[in-house]
Write a protein that binds this ligand. Structure first.
Ligand SMILES: [Zn+2]
Length: 72
C-alpha cells in the first residue's frame, strides 16, 4: 500500500511544519501602532522578526509572518 505510506509522510510533514510555526509564534512579539492604522485594520509589527501586518479584529496575528511566505 504505497498510498498509505505517502499519506503517513504527508501527515508527518504537516506535524513538523505546524510545530515549527508554533515555535515561531512564541518568539514573535507583536506591537500595535495606532498611528499607522488603515481602514483595513490595526497595524502590527513584529519586534522580533520585523514582519508587518494589518489586523481587522485589532488582535495581533497568531502566526509569525516572517519566513512563511518567502524564505530567504
Ligand atoms: Zn515575528
Amino acid at each position: 500500500m504505497p498510498l498509505l505510506l505517502v499519506l503517513l509522510l504527508v501527515v508527518f510533514l504537516w506535524m513538523v511544519l505546524t510545530y515549527r510555526a508554533r515555535q515561531r509564534v512564541r518568539d514573535c512579539r507583536w506591537r500595535e501602532n495606532r498611528g499607522l492604522d488603515t481602514p483595513e485594520g490595526r497595524y502590527f509589527v513584529c519586534m522580533n522578526c520585523g514582519a508587518e501586518t494589518f489586523s481587522a479584529d485589532n488582535m495581533p496575528p497568531r502566526l509569525c509572518l516572517k519566513g512563511v511566505p518567502d524564505p530567504r
